[in-house]
Design a protein around this ligand. Structure first.
Ligand code: PLP
Length: 305
């Protein structure tokens, strides 16, 4: 089968296998029970070098996700970082790329005892452009709440958690919107279906704290650091739903979404309905860093070639 995004090789348990051979059996535990974890990483091509963005941090979060669930893995962070670079090289990628490391409980009998099951590890890399086609998007506040941290460890980027995101995303898309914002059980703004959120009000950028049950996004962390460097006041603070409607600017931040302005929420125009100056400035700076144009941040980049 070919849908146009395929590359030559996928890394599977230490070996590069042809794309079409990277398969699992229907009795794979992770398929039934969501027993897995994954990462989404980008690599940026600047015309002469391919840089993997914050690879070390993504692999660290991957290991933590598995640790939180108590799933063992046969590889060290160092081995996984090398495997990512090896996969990019084997596929001769010289363009913008999305990388998907995924680990899940493998072949086994029906049931929830995963202790004896192997943790399968795959790394897929493919050319990738924009996540949202549009410059600015229209979103709803989902009728679904974000999974509560008392029910699932939301700091883990676990496969099973994404059933919640898919529900909210489908709700938004079927109603004609681009994405959804989820609130937590207390009614505070949490995050998007696959992105963290930032709000600008009177010159200050606000983003919900980790304690509100969000994923500890690497893009969010990056933007908190770079905002300080470019003189933008950024604060972690809970946000109420009604504050979204009167924000000067709103934007999603995430590996896939990068920095994506939100121009409408629940059919209300945000600010003047156009991409705002803060989002624009942060987006431009983020892009420069990712492509290796800011020498102070070369330590965030892993060169491939
Ligand atoms: C639910 C959720 N929140 C936030 C993010 C943003 O995280 P990151 O910036 O590490 O990609 C993601 C994407 O991984 C996500 O799936």
């Amino acid at each position: 089968m070919s849908l146009g995004f395929e590359t030559k090789y996928i890394w599977h348990n230490g070996e590069l296998v042809p794309w079409n051979d990277a398969k699992v059996h229907v009795m794979t535990n992770g398929l039934h029970y969501g027993t897995g974890a994954f990462e989404g990483i980008r690599a940026y091509w600047n015309g002469s070098q391919l840089y993997v963005f914050r690879l070390r941090d993504h692999i660290a979060r991957f290991m933590n996700s598995l640790k939180i669930y108590g799933y063992g893995i046969d590889y060290t962070p160092e081995e996984l970082r090398k495997a990512v670079v090896e996969t990019l090289r084997a596929n001769e990628l010289r363009t913008d790329v999305y990388i998907r490391p995924i680990a899940f409980k493998g072949y086994g009998p029906i049931g929830l005892d995963v202790r004896k099951l192997r943790t399968e590890v795959f790394i897929v890399a493919m050319p990738y452009g924009r996540y949202f086609e549009k410059e600015g998007i229209s979103v709803i506040v989902s009728s679904w709440r974000r999974i509560d941290k008392r029910a699932l460890p939301v700091t883990a980027k676990a496969t099973g958690h994404y059933a919640n995101s898919v529900l909210a995303k489908l709700e938004a898309l079927t109603r004609g919107y681009d994405d959804a914002i989820l609130l937590n059980d207390e009614g505070h703004v949490c995050e998007g279906t696959g992105e963290n959120i930032m709000m600008v009000k009177s010159g200050v950028v606000y983003t919900p704290p980790i304690s509100d049950g969000i994923l500890d996004g690497i893009t969010r962390r990056t933007i908190m650091e770079l905002s300080k460097e470019i003189g933008v006041d950024i604060r972690e603070q809970s946000i109420e739903r009604s504050q979204l409607y009167t924000a000067d600017e709103l934007f999603f931040v995430g590996t896939a979404a990068e920095v994506t302005p939100i121009l409408r929420v629940d059919d209300r125009q945000i600010g003047d309905g156009k991409v705002g100056p803060t989002a624009k400035m942060i987006k431009e700076h983020y892009q420069k860093i990712a492509r290796g144009e800011v020498k102070e941040h070369l330590d965030w980049l892993e060169p491939v070639w």
